[in-house]
Design a protein around this ligand. Structure first.
Ligand code: SDX
Length: 431
């Protein structure tokens, strides 16, 4: 196919820039040599118009509301039953596992579910109200202290072992952060349990009273984790790529991803959605008040769980989660008034010109918290569950970048708008 070019005319210069083509019709103007050859940079402060990598992992069509992992639509991952470990394997290794590959991956996760007692003992010294996201980020980084053998890059077997430790121990750390906050004794993982059931066991079993995992809840948690598993170059994934581009190890890179995800504009939104819905439920405000506050430019409040940088249509994950709420509440026979409030909020927002004009629709965070709450997971753990789901995505993107021979350290330029040349003034001469 003939190479297509874009022309950049600046002053009396015309610069020809190659056009790159993506699989699903995406096009990108390649400016990789613009500064080197013409001393020019482009300006795109939130990188909203900039592809900073090529990737084969996840495809999103924001206008059509499409999300696919390695080409498979996310709507197909709950057949016959949602299986997060299988999807984690797909994302990390680039293919759906055979029966033996899945069994081997499961065994590696089980073999690595315990924490080193040195890490576990540290939980005792944490303040009880420690934010679980702070604990998760700190403890993931600490894995480098106890599993230093898996820090070197470039060895595939070491990588697989590092992945098993990260994916399995993150779940144990998450459950322990909850137990610490409740003043409850730690419940050790049960090697006979599947990934999600084991997490629920570590969260809710108490001595002499094993938590009974219902199939509906286990399936719902698998589904929630699958829907959060990857989402191309979102804020936290881009963070993992930036940190990984310096050849930082996998544990450190994912710990950085946790910190980025914590932000209320990103993964922390699921906590804000719950606060918003509970505020309406207790009577502090009406759904209409919420919308007015969200539309008021003088008010920093946003309609959390609404809007998206890429989706200008209904987030496909929100659609699936919305339907899953009905299924889980029917199975558990525990209706939640917050679901009705969420539905009402969605209904009036989608009819409001402010939201229509800006193409603001429910995103993944709008219904996820209601589902997690139905499972008994407290609000301050919502973003931690998001992180457990996103971990395979971070790992896959980190590895894809690491394996790209053309990848360099990510170091953006800037447009300097500060002082021209000035000079140091001795303190006695300053007024
Ligand atoms: C996630 O990127 C990903 O893929 C993220 C994620 C993933 O899986 O990794 O999908 C997960 O982070 C989902 C998003 C969770 N965050 C929220 O729900 C917080 C509320 N949403 C917004 O803050 C906002 O929509 C963002 C942060 C999600 C997107 O912000 P953008 O792309 O920078 O959009 P913007 O702020 O430029 O908004 C455009 C306009 C603005 O109004 P005008 O200046 O045109 O008048 O829409 C308004 C915004 O004020 N707007 C909102 C709004 N979202 C956008 N107004 C009120 N409430 C909102 N929620």
């Amino acid at each position: 196919m003939n190479q297509e070019y874009a022309k950049l005319i600046i002053g009396d210069k015309t610069i020809e820039l190659p056009v790159l083509n993506g699989t699903e019709g995406g096009k990108a103007v390649d400016i990789s040599r613009l500064y080197e050859e013409h001393g020019l940079t482009t300006f795109d402060s939130s990188l909203a118009n900039t592809a900073f990598c090529k990737s084969t992992i996840t495809y999103i069509d924001g206008d059509e509301g499409i999300l696919r992992y390695h080409g498979i639509p996310i709507e197909q991952f709950d057949r016959p039953k949602p299986n997060f470990v299988e999807v984690a394997y797909l994302l990390i290794f680039g293919k759906l596992p055979t029966t033996n590959e899945l069994a081997d991956f499961r065994t590696r996760l089980t073999d690595n579910e315990l924490l080193h007692e040195g890490i576990r003992r540290q939980f005792n010294d944490l303040p009880p109200k420690s934010p679980p996201m702070a604990i998760l980020s700190a403890m993931l980084s600490q894995l480098a202290c106890y599993h230093e053998k898996f820090l070197p890059l470039g060895d595939d077997e070491l990588f697989v072992e590092a992945v098993a430790r990260l994916v399995s121990k993150a779940r144990t750390i998450a459950a322990y952060s909850y137990r610490r906050s409740q003043g409850l004794p730690f419940t050790y993982p049960d090697p006979n349990m599947r990934y999600c059931a084991n997490f629920l066991h570590m969260m809710f079993s108490i001595p002499h009273l094993q938590y009974t995992v219902s199939e509906a809840v286990e399936d719902a948690l698998n589904l929630v984790l699958i829907l959060h598993a990857d989402h191309e170059q979102n804020c936290s994934t881009a963070t993992v790529r930036v940190v990984g581009s310096a050849r930082a190890n996998l544990f450190a890179s994912c710990a950085a991803g946790v910190s980025a995800l914590w932000g209320p504009l990103h993964g922390g939104a699921n906590v804000e959605v719950m606060r918003m819905l509970e505020g309406i439920h207790v009577g502090g405000m009406t759904p209409e008040d919420c919308l007015e506050a969200a539309k008021d430019k003088a008010n920093p409040f946003r309609l959390y769980g609404f809007g998206h940088r890429v989706y200008k249509n209904y987030d496909p994950r929100a659609k699936i989660l919305r339907a899953a709420c009905d299924r889980v509440f029917a199975a558990l026979k525990t209706p939640d008034p917050l679901l009705d409030i969420a539905r009402k909020l969605e209904e009036i927002a989608l009819a409001d010109p402010y939201f229509i004009d800006r193409k603001l629709y429910p995103n993944v965070d709008f219904y996820s918290g209601i589902l997690l709450r139905a499972m008994g997971i407290p609000t301050n753990m919502f973003t931690v569950v998001f992180a457990l789901g996103r971990l395979p995505g971070w790992i896959s993107q980190w590895k894809e970048q690491h394996d790209d021979a053309g990848q360099r350290i990510i170091r953006p330029r800037q447009l300097y708008t500060g002082n021209n040349l000035t000079h140091y003034v001795p303190i006695e001469d300053r007024e």
